[in-house]
Design a protein around this ligand. Structure first.
Ligand SMILES: C[S@@+](CC[C@H](N)C(=O)[O-])C[C@H]1O[C@@H](n2cnc3c(N)ncnc32)[C@H](O)[C@@H]1O
Length: 328
């Protein structure tokens, strides 16, 4: 923290991180705080950013859902899909479209995000019980989801960038696996690569800005994890963790989103929002040169700003880890 920034002023909005948060729906991920557990209000402020980001990544989401359908195979009818830590429910909607005989349930701790999910489902015509929402907090509320008052056990459980917000990640996976029907699949999007959207040398400041942003975000991510209640360090070997949760046939695949330069407007608007957030959050972690570069990149009028420069692209790789609950 700089001498000029008080603890009170310190930025406490959930923000972004590299590979942990970089899934096929976001750029560098969201929801990471530094030594501060994100509150529902923090997540609420991110609703539009999360939805815009996810919409950009819809091609990769659809690809991911189709791959999960193929992995489940034709012999496994999918009647219920749970999207745990759904945010505004973009992937929930994709699942409802991919599995037309299933109900897709968006599950999140933040009510405002679930309102977005419902509104989105209505806009898409996914009514009549195709998409529903359920407020629940990982991990303590999960058991109730399988009970009589919950939607019941699922054939497919998807969780993208939510498990890393739980202190005990292995415990969260164990609880998620316990919600599966025999033969059902858990798919966890927690890996991949930090998003890329600028060349190494952008002709401004010191080359390598993206790598330095990644390093700063990694540090913040670690601070976020350490600050979670009951935080447990675990070797993040996701296949091994899924195996310890009792799942078999464990594997992974990676979905790619590749939007070459020149990036169309919606992608630029998302990146502008992303860089503005990073600029606000990282005053203590970046040097003056990098902060000045971010000021130019986020200036809507600047020819070298992210909204106008010709060399902006968007490349995102998200790894999904899967495992199946053994059939009885
Ligand atoms: C980074 S966002 C990911 C949203 C969405 N899955 C996606 O990939 O776009 C994390 C989401 O997890 C939710 N979340 C965080 N901690 C949670 C918890 N302990 N239980 C349930 N949801 C949680 C947040 O409200 C937020 O919607």
């Amino acid at each position: 923290m700089s001498a000029h920034t008080s603890a009170h002023e310190r930025h406490h909005t959930p923000e972004d991180h590299g590979s942990h948060g970089n899934h096929a729906g976001h750029g560098q991920g969201q929801g990471h705080t530094h030594g501060h557990t994100a509150t529902d209000a923090d997540w609420e402020t991110l609703a539009t950013h999360l939805e815009t980001s996810a919409e950009l990544h819809l091609p990769a989401y659809r690809d991911t859902a189709a791959r999960l359908r193929a992995l489940l195979g034709p012999g496994h009818p999918v009647r219920r899909v749970l999207d745990i830590g759904s945010g505004p429910g973009v992937m929930t909607g994709v699942f409802a479209e991919t599995f037309p005989h299933a109900e897709a349930v968006a599950v999140d701790a933040t009510p405002a995000l679930l309102e977005h999910a419902l509104a989105r489902a209505e806009r898409l015509g996914l009514t009549g019980g195709r998409v529903s929402v359920r407020q629940a907090r990982l991990p303590q509320d999960l058991a109730a989801l399988a009970g009589e008052s919950g939607p019941g056990p699922a054939d497919l459980i998807w969780s993208s960038k939510a498990v890393h917000h739980v202190g005990d990640q292995q415990g969260a996976l164990d609880a998620l696996a316990g919600l599966l029907r025999p033969g059902g699949m858990l798919a966890v999007a927690e890996g991949g690569l930090p998003m890329r959207y600028l060349p190494r040398d952008i002709g401004l400041g010191r080359p390598g800005l993206q790598a330095r942003l990644d390093a700063a975000q990694e540090e913040r991510f670690q601070g976020m994890r350490a600050g979670l209640p009951d935080s447990v360090r675990v070797r993040e070997d996701w296949p091994a963790m899924l195996g310890r949760a009792g799942l078999t046939g464990v594997g992974s695949f990676t979905s790619l989103l590749d939007l070459p330069a020149p990036l169309p407007g919606p992608g630029r608007a998302f990146l502008h929002s992303q860089l503005t957030r990073l600029r606000g959050a990282m005053t203590d972690q970046l040097d003056a040169d990098d902060l000045a570069t971010l000021d130019v990149l986020t200036d809507p009028e600047a020819a070298e700003g992210i909204l106008r420069r010709p060399d902006v692209f968007l490349l995102s790789a998200v790894t999904v880890f899967t495992g199946t609950r053994p059939a009885r």
